[in-house]
Design a protein around this ligand. Structure first.
Ligand code: NIG
Ligand code: FE
Length: 386
């Protein structure tokens, strides 16, 4: 079955071979969808016939957001920690263990319902591809449970057994568990492995050991680093072949050179800095150095309990030195690059039909009108969600 979506006032394709800018924009455009894929993109007047028609009435259409970093499988509420921070307390990664306790007690059906709720919110905010991490189990049984729940919603599941050391383990013993039995048990459900490398979580040696074990098991590599302070691990980790380093607030020039030299994406997570009152990462410095930047929510109950990519876009342009064009690219094609995907974050023949229409004449309104619900219709893999 084919459908022609016509009368698109302004279309962002992220295909630089279309139009004159990086966003590959066209006015008065049409798209033909066949099944779950895009079959044709071009001027409305030249659209080929299709079985069905959908009229966008001049709306602006963008690729669905690619949220390449989230922690959406957990139980329990930590709004009290947010309250404490807004009353002057500093963020401490130790709060992770509160979520671990609640998550271990939760039945699988409850965890699945939490994730479904967050994914519904994300879809309503225009997100059509989601990466989801484990990391609130920290024992074999619960990490497998989280990986299974996540894998029933997305292909982009990341094993984050190395979030912090499990409370019942010594650090060395826990690193052995993560690299051995736990990694083996979650392997069927996950595509990526991630480590939280920070004081209070894992040190550079432990981080490299865990990443090497993941690589040996055939997983792609991701890393949380330089969130709360400088990280000594970045150049060596980049050499291992990371898809992305996430947070990237406290980077040395050498770290930036390593990101650039190895084509590692820097994924910036402004909602975390918003909620922890940490400084925002300097996107301008990374972009000027030629590093690929992605934007993602980091949706999690401790440091960033938002599912909204438009919220992240607004912060990125206001506080991080990104132009609106760069921010939109980073939240769509940038996220796809961080996940090594060429079928999402872009509107071109052969890509998955993931589209968002806006109740606004231009995507610029996403940042110009922060907090306003401008996401109108969302099409994921060729199906309109509402
Ligand atoms: O990405 N940095 C590590 N993990 C999460 C925080 C998790 C939590 O506090 O529960 C993050 O910010
Ligand atoms: Fe995170």
């Amino acid at each position: 079955m084919s459908i022609v979506i016509n009368n698109i006032g302004l279309l962002v394709t992220n295909d630089p071979s279309i139009g004159t800018d990086e966003l590959g924009q066209i006015r008065n455009a049409a798209i033909v969808i066949c099944g779950d894929q895009i079959a044709w993109v071009g001027p409305s007047a030249e659209a080929p016939p299709a079985d069905h028609q959908s009229d966008m009435a001049g709306a602006c259409v963008i690729p669905g957001f690619v949220d390449s970093h989230s922690h959406p499988v957990f139980a329990g509420d930590r709004s009290d920690e947010f309250d404490a921070r807004m009353n002057g307390q500093k963020y401490q990664a130790g709060g992770i263990l509160r979520t671990v306790r609640r998550t271990r007690e939760a039945p699988m059906g409850f965890l699945a319902a939490v994730m479904t709720g967050i994914l519904d919110e994300m879809a309503r905010s225009g997100t059509t591809t989601v990466e989801a991490k484990t990391g609130y189990g920290l024992d074999v049984e619960t990490e497998v449970k989280l990986a299974r729940v996540a894998s029933s919603h997305t292909d982009e599941v990341t094993f984050l057994g190395a979030h912090v050391v499990a409370p019942e383990c010594q650090p060395d013993e826990y690193v052995r568990l993560v690299c051995g039995e736990m990694l083996h048990a979650v392997r069927p459900y996950v595509r990526w492995i991630d480590v939280f490398c920070e004081t209070g979580a894992f040190d550079p040696d432990q981080t490299l050991e865990i990443l090497r074990a993941g690589k040996e098991a055939g997983l792609g590599l991701r890393l949380h680093a330089a969130q709360l302070g400088r990280s000594e691990v970045i150049p060596q980790a980049c050499e291992l072949g990371l898809a992305s380093i996430d947070h990237c607030t406290f980077l040395s020039d050498e770290d930036i050179d390593a990101l650039k030299a190895t084509n590692t994406v820097a994924t910036l997570l402004p909602a975390a800095e918003f909620s922890t009152k940490q400084p925002y990462p300097d996107a301008r410095r990374l972009l000027d150095a030629g590093v690929t930047v992605a934007l993602a929510t980091d949706c999690n109950p401790g440091t960033a309990f938002t599912s909204s990519m438009p919220f992240c876009l607004a912060i990125a342009v206001r506080e991080m030195g990104m132009t609106p064009e760069q921010a939109l690219w980073s939240a769509t094609a940038g996220g796809a690059t961080a996940l090594h995907r060429d079928d999402v974050g872009v509107v071109k023949p052969g890509a998955r039909a993931d589209l968002v229409s806006l109740a606004a004449p231009s995507w610029l309104h996403l940042m110009y009108r922060p907090g306003v619900p401008l996401i109108d219709r969302v099409c994921k893999a060729g199906r309109f969600l509402q």
